[in-house]
Design a protein around this ligand. Sequence first.
Ligand SMILES: *Cc1c(COP(=O)(O)O)cnc(C)c1O
Length: 361
Amino acid sequence: MTFERENVRRMAGYVPGEQPRRAVAKLNTNENPFPPCDAVLATLAGIDGEMLRRYPDPTAWGFRTAAARLHGLTPDHIVATNGGDELLRLALTTFLPPGAPLGLAEPSYSLYPVLAAVHDSPLCPVPLADDWSVPADIARQWNRAGARLAILVNPHAPSGRLTAAQELAEVARTFKGVLVIDEAYIDFVDPGIAHDTIALVREADNVLLLRTMSKGYSLAGLRLGYGIGSPGLVSPMLSKTKDSYNVDVVAQRVGETALRHNWEAAERWAFVREERSRMARELSVRGLICAPSQANFLLATMTSRPPGTARRLLRELADEGIFVRWFDQERLRDSLRISLGRAAENDALLAAFDRLLPQPS
Ligand SMILES: *Cc1c(COP(=O)(O)O)cnc(C)c1O
């Protein structure tokens, strides 16, 4: 006898990347390789028992004000969430009617279909082009299927490819539902690329941006993210569908400090970008071709090697304490997704490839 709802009984859960207790190089879950900045650690040390005794501010006013200031918006454009993942769940709860499909691009973050299954919603997955670009008619395909909510991850996961803001604006204009742009990796985009999606929020009332403190701000363990959208999109989540106290007092305080000191995090982003170029070069020398990435990871594809090589490498690297990610998914089985770590971790990975990979034939 099972008491689960039918859709829950049928579905498989999300499989998170491994969190090994010890690793030579942990390059499997796109965490920031550096600790949070000193100001953040000082705020954390200042949390006292009296703060914990009381309920947190249900609206996360201080954090939302800091986020609004950073983006040149007012706080009614911001909703704080228990990690970016909670914002995704809230978007389904708030904007996707029962029976309407969730629009997706394929492949992308494997949590999206899991959330749709929990919500008992069908999917409208549109395959990305060979270079992982978004097909020009994606919004029309979603509209035809009756999708009322769609999610695009940009920079794309797991390839790291960046879709230009103008292209996203066109998708948003054409799509008849709410477009979530999952910007989990936006902090790592080269500042030389003028990529302004905040302007999109000002122009389009159906665009909801996802931001997270997990990657850019080295706070994956804190569980804090936020949504940016027009007040009309944000308000029902703030006042109706989120848990009353969805973000705890520690996350609110620490997160506010992190945003107010964001230039310190930005120094780490610059380092990650340099390692990204270096690793893409070094990997290509070893016959692993990387899609152009604007994120803190590379999708490295095995060329001229027998099928199954990527999967074998995943295991052999793990035996050496080096953790990367492999996806048992169409179009991804010949690739490894490699998070950018500290220079020594990245070097350890390259040295392991030199030992484990025969020269390309
Ligand atoms: C990491 C990530 C998120 C959000 O993660 P949280 O830790 O819940 O903030 C959202 N989307 C993608 C694609 C991610 O990689």
